[in-house]
Design a protein around this ligand. Structure first.
Ligand code: NAD
Ligand code: DAU
Length: 353
């Protein structure tokens, strides 16, 4: 048996492939465009492993996706591929519409054509799983209840609007054409292979390089953090047992203001890799201009996936963040690889000199 998974050279996708192949011999066909966020070094340990087949290409390339589906006859397609960084979507929303909206549309059309002519038993068991985000729900006040699956969509950034559009397409392809879809909406992930444009790896690497740790606005925006491998296990669980047409919110009950996250990171670094001058990394914290339209608070009500599918996160924030810091300290070659080239241009554009 085979699954086709898109975007697996990125952060969550590559963690998914590692988690999947650690407990299954089912082949993964990995379709990835290798944008700035795609990195085959994330999959280096799988070199020579016949269970992982990498295909360089775009989810919006109908001819390529049609051919992959014909050739590999997957029992499921999982869509991780996306433009994923909110700040980049503010600077240039076009790519987000192209991949997240148009790309998902073309992928759905290819999958629909493939699924429609499958023999009946395979048609019944086939699944299209769409990986989405809690950002589609908009922002919460401090006293609002966390996002349940019934919460209306109120996306506020070009990124979240493009993801919301893709979720709506997936929903419509189920209701209109009967495509057996599942959608997951997850909160902020962190862990190995996280590209250092995002808060946690950015702060970690800046701290070690003696640079400023940029906090947008007052640093009191709240995110709900989940260790990436817990997210990957939840996706597998939804694929195995999720009810067709349903959405599942995934989160770790770990709401934290950004400033607290950064202070925790600094404290773990103080312990594992103390500064040469004996000072604390927290001294590098710098307040910078806020993100336009910055959502104040995200929080996930994960009771549905816990109750119906028996999923629970294995890591707390405290255990997950230690594992993450340790991973970045050990994997210096990976860090040097991703922080060269195009990444430097981004840092210059976003944070100035
Ligand atoms: P990422 O940016 O690290 O990786 C995205 C991957 O998709 C890259 O490998 C990139 O090359 C690939 N890609 C981009 N456009 C493509 C295209 N047109 N065709 C094929 N491949 C393409 O993103 P991530 O953080 O790993 O997120 C993966 C998915 O999970 C996204 O859909 C994102 O919206 C969702 N998500 C992310 C988080 C998070 O905290 N990072 C949380 C919830 C949901
Ligand atoms: O909630 C899920 C989403 O989490 C995913 O859908 C997105 O793909 C993923 O990028 C992430 O979005 P955020 O915008 O929450 O993540 P980011 O790491 O960019 O920022 C986390 C918080 O930290 C946010 O409130 C902005 C703030 N921040 C970020 C950066 C990069 C800073 O204060 N300083 C920074 O330099």
């Amino acid at each position: 048996m085979t699954i086709l998974v898109t975007g697996c050279a990125g952060f969550i996708g590559s963690n998914f492939v590692h988690t999947w192949l650690a407990s299954s011999d089912e082949t993964v066909i990995n379709l990835d465009k290798l944008t700035y966020a795609g990195n085959l070094a994330n999959l280096k340990s799988l070199q020579g492993d016949a269970r992982h087949v990498f295909v360089h290409g775009d989810i919006g390339d109908r001819a390529l996706v049609d051919q992959l589906l014909r050739e590999h006859q997957p029992r499921a397609v999982l869509n991780f591929a996306a433009e994923s960084h909110v700040d980049r979507s503010i600077h240039g929303p076009g790519e987000f519409i192209q991949t997240n909206v148009m790309g998902t549309f073309h992928l759905l059309e290819s999958v629909r054509a493939y699924w429609q002519v499958l023999p009946e038993t395979q048609r019944q068991s086939f699944r299209f799983l769409h990986v989405s985000t809690d950002e589609v729900y908009g922002t919460l006040s401090p006293t609002d209840p966390p996002f349940a699956e019934t919460k209306n969509y109120e996306p506020n950034s070009p990124y979240s609007a493009s993801k919301a559009a893709s979720d709506h397409l997936v929903r419509a392809w189920h209701h209109t054409y009967g495509l057996p879809v599942l959608t997951t909406n997850c909160s902020n992930n962190y862990g190995p292979f996280h590209f250092p444009e995002k808060l946690i790896p950015l702060v970690l690497l800046n701290a070690l390089a003696g640079k400023a740790l940029p906090i947008y606005g007052d640093g009191q925006q709240v995110r709900d953090w989940l260790y990436v491998q817990d997210h990957c296990r939840a996706i597998t669980r939804v694929l195995d047992a999720g009810k067709v047409g349903e959405t599942y919110n995934i989160g770790g009950w770990n709401e934290k203001p950004n400033l607290e996250v950064v202070n925790t990171l600094c404290a773990v670094l103080d312990e594992l890799k103390p500064r040469a001058d004996g000072k604390n990394y927290a001294e590098q914290i710098t307040y910078v201009k806020d993100r336009p339209g910055h959502d104040r608070r995200y929080a996930i009500d994960a009771r549905k996936v816990e109750r119906e599918l028996g999923w629970r996160p294995e890591e707390t924030f405290e255990t997950g963040i230690r594992k993450t810091v340790a991973w970045y300290l050990i994997n210096q070659a990976w860090v040097e690889d991703v922080t060269s080239g195009a990444y430097r241009q981004w840092v210059g554009q976003q944070y100035g000199a």
